[in-house]
Design a protein around this ligand. Structure first.
Ligand code: NAD
Ligand code: TDX
Length: 332
């Protein structure tokens, strides 16, 4: 394997993955990205030009996808519409990118006989009760709640059908909630950090007791690379780092670390269909591929992320007013 194609490589996790690959392998990387509102060229700045190239194209557009797949050895598929709240406002781009885009890519890897790794989410499994002793495993039944998670669930099913019916050599990973640098400020942690920086009180949906299983984006990247290099085609691997926390605890940590009273947040309208809890059992990934996360201390990872947003105001500032205006329109 010498060359990989990374779809969605200008987004939050995709760009982290490209940096990870450049630092830890000799691979040449082609990024295929439509550069939607969620993308950022800056996140790819400074990478060696002889190893990383950017092709601006839509993953649902067969011609550029075919051309890029033809000249690569393997594909890592991150490109997606990724925000649940947006999918409640308008599901259509989620259907097009997450379903038609994955279908388009599958047809190209089938034609050219290329290896595919499909990046997906734990949200395909629906949610767990707060007191449920179980966590999600590779055997958990699919039960998605939102248009976003349903579109990701559908994309996983497409990948499995192409494996079984056409012999495509594909793996799937379902990861929990990521945090770290370059995450769009529409998402929970960067929204609250940039709110506090702007003197706005954090906004918590509903009772704030919803639990997410946080993992640093760099640990997600090392897991995806391990699966690409050593995963068994046809298999699914769950990715998580034992990071369960409820939203209120996260907001209180952000407030305390930023020198504010821990109760200086506001409750806002709940998300429709809001999943209660996600939790990943990453045993298969650890046992089979020897993967382990590097970021164990969530408070330290959060402190680093707060510093990063403090130091990168020029990057997020142009998006802040529009992001908050669309939340205000939803009463959030
Ligand atoms: P993101 O929204 O930050 O980035 C998505 C990227 O895909 C952007 O660069 C965007 O321009 C690109 N893109 C969107 N539509 C496209 C299209 N039609 N053609 C080509 N490129 C397109 O998303 P993210 O948070 O980095 O998530 C990346 C992947 O990881 C997604 O597949 C998501 O479902 C999955 N995932 C995310 C998380 C998380 O916590 N963020 C957790 C588990 C899995
Ligand atoms: O302002 C907010 N207040 C709030 O309480 C926002 C933006 C969110 N929330 C809550 C909703 C969730 O319980 O915080 C939690 C996290 O919300 P998001 O950042 O929107 O993430 P989530 O919906 O859990 O989905 C994320 O993880 C799984 C990613 O966006 C998905 O792409 C990934 O698949």
């Amino acid at each position: 394997m010498h060359r990989i194609l990374v779809t969605g490589g200008a987004g939050f996790i995709g760009s982290n993955f490209v940096h990870h690959v450049v630092a830890h392998t000799d691979l040449h990387v082609t990024v295929l990205d439509k550069l939607t509102y969620a993308a950022s060229r800056e996140a790819l700045a400074g990478l060696p030009q002889d190893r990383v190239e950017l092709v601006v194209a839509d993953v649902a557009d067969a011609a550029p996808v075919d051309e890029c797949v033809a000249r690569t050895d393997a594909v890592v598929h991150f490109a997606a519409e990724s925000h649940n709240d947006n999918s409640l406002d308008d599901p259509s781009p989620f259907i097009r990118t997450n379903l038609i885009g994955t279908f388009t890519l599958l047809e190209a890897v089938r034609r050219h006989g290329k290896r595919l790794h499909h990046v997906s989410t734990d949200e395909v499994y629906g949610d767990l009760a707060l007191d449920d002793p179980q966590r999600f495993t590779e055997e958990t039944a699919y039960h998605p709640s939102s248009p976003y998670s349903a579109s990701k669930a559908g994309s996983d099913h497409l990948v499995r059908a192409w494996v079984r019916s056409f012999g495509v050599a594909a793996t799937i990973s379902n990861c929990s909630n990521n945090y770290g640098p370059w995450q769009h400020i529409e998402k929970f942690i960067p929204r609250q950090i940039t709110n506090v920086l702007d003197g706005i009180r954090p906004r918590v949906y509903g009772d704030g007791l919803n639990v997410r299983d946080w993992i640093h984006a760099d640990d997600h990247s090392s897991a995806v690379l391990a699966i690409l290099e050593r995963g068994r085609p046809g298999e699914t691997y769950l990715v998580g780092a034992d990071g369960e926390r409820n939203n209120l605890d996260v907001v209180r940590s952000i407030l305390t670390q930023m020198g504010q009273p821990a109760d200086a947040w506001d409750r806002v309208a709940d998300r429709a269909g809001h999943d209660r809890r996600y939790a990943i059992a990453p045993d298969k990934l650890r046992a089979e591929l020897g993967w382990a996360p590097r970021f164990h201390d969530f408070e330290q990872g959060l402190a680093d992320t707060i510093d990063w947003y403090r130091n990168h105001e020029a990057w997020w500032r142009p998006h802040k007013d529009a992001t908050e205006a669309s939340y205000a329109a939803r009463g959030q």
